[in-house]
Design a binder for this molecule. Structure first.
Ligand SMILES: [Zn+2]
Length: 401
């Protein structure tokens, strides 16, 4: 029995102009899983099988007879610093699929499991971005380019959270500093000429964000809140506003074809979090280090390599990760090994082996090098993560400089 009747699908086929694309261009569909109208994926319906729950399978049955299918990482899964394996799910996740340019029906399931929902897709029912978000309320002006040019193959969007209108000039300074820092970050520095960065002003009524542990409630553009207890650093939109917040971010991101949305949060405390295509980062002294790590998750599919926080082990891994293995016999970085000692205990700098401990788990998972940006902030990417970064940019046609 299906508990929830259907999946809400919002079709965004416009870009900056709001025009429908030519008929032969695949429609882009944003499935707002758990959108306001039908809140069908709350915490009580988090997947019962953690392994299957992390992956969703979709099938598209076009009325023209065309079929398409694929899998996507569950966009609701939260990866937050220190709680990567805590099986956290946001009610809302946003994912973009390329579908045949035809009307039809899309069905989404837990991979190998139960149907989550289905929705009718009609490419002729074009929605403009403005139908999705109330641009007149919080958004100030249009997206502006902060870095890069029209030839860039990769695009980031930076939006402010918890900045009042009077504080928007400060946001501009903070965003410029963050992006300038990222441009100098080891690994990103060789490819930054291939990245364009956009900035969209969004004003908040209050300065700062909600802090439930200290009884602080703020009225902000995206309703971002500190987490509680061990999840304090997991800053993200509060549950009651998640749908609207992610819809707004997605709509703006589409306008500039952003691969990642960076939400710069107006608090000084170290905090960072990734949900789907969005990264939340505070304006702290460590934000430049944090953003390089979080984008490692988002863009390159890298897993955390740290073990500081004891937690349930994710063994076997839900999906192959370039930089974490659950078997010494199947290391994705076998070709880069510089030692035969597996598992590896050597502390010689530069050794590529199999060091035990990753993804918050001390045993049963291996990482390639003693240290890495995915393990410690302020450390360069290890050789394996560096290769994942280079592969991402090369696949986008960005040549290293
Ligand atoms: Zn690494």
């Amino acid at each position: 029995m299906r508990i929830f009747p259907f999946l809400t699908a919002l079709l965004l086929v416009c870009c900056t102009t709001g025009e429908a694309p030519p008929a032969d261009v695949p429609a882009r569909i944003d499935l707002l899983v758990g959108a306001r109208a039908v809140r069908f994926l709350g915490p009580s319906t988090a997947p019962t099988s953690s392994v299957h729950g992390r992956l969703l399978a979709w099938e598209f049955h076009a009325t023209s007879g065309t079929e398409a299918h694929g899998t996507i990482a569950d966009p609701r899964r939260i990866e937050a610093e220190g709680v990567d394996d805590a099986e956290l799910y946001a009610p809302t996740g946003v994912v973009t699929l390329d579908l045949p340019a035809s009307s039809g029906e899309i069905v989404v399931r837990f991979a190998g499991g139960a149907e989550i929902g289905r929705a009718l897709v009609d490419p002729s029912a074009v929605h403009s971005d403005d139908e999705l978000i109330d641009l007149s309320r919080d958004f100030v002006g249009r997206p502006r380019r902060l870095a890069g040019d029209a030839t860039a193959r990769v695009s980031f969007l930076v939006v402010p959270e918890g900045y009042t209108e009077a504080e928007l000039p400060a946001f501009h300074d903070h965003a410029r500093r963050l992006i300038a820092g990222l441009a100098k970050t080891d690994g990103y520095d060789h490819f930054f000429h291939g990245i364009s960065v956009w900035m969209q002003d969004v004003k908040s009524h209050d300065s700062g964000i909600t802090d439930p542990e200290h009884g602080v409630v703020k009225n902000t553009a995206f309703g971002v809140s500190f987490g509680k207890g061990a999840l304090r650093r997991a800053i993200s939109p509060a549950a009651d506003v998640q749908d609207a917040s992610f819809a707004a971010m997605t709509a703006i991101a589409r306008r500039v074809r952003a691969d990642a949305t960076i939400v710069l949060v107006n608090v000084r405390e170290h905090a960072g979090m990734r949900v789907g295509q969005s990264v939340f980062v505070s304006n702290s002294d460590t934000s430049v280090l944090t953003i390089g790590h979080e984008l490692g998750h988002l863009l390159f599919g890298l897993a955390d390599e740290y073990t500081e926080h004891a937690g349930p082990c994710e063994i076997p891994l839900d999906r192959p990760r370039p930089n974490v293995a659950d078997s010494l016999d199947a290391l994705p970085w076998k070709d880069l090994l510089t030692t035969h000692e597996l598992p590896t205990t050597s502390t010689t700098p530069g050794t590529v082996g199999a060091f035990e401990g990753a993804k918050a788990c001390e045993h049963g998972l291996w990482r390639p090098q003693l240290d890495c940006k995915m393990r410690s902030l302020g450390v360069p990417f290890c050789k394996v993560c560096r290769r994942a970064l280079e592969t991402f940019f090369r696949d986008r046609g960005v040549v290293a400089r």
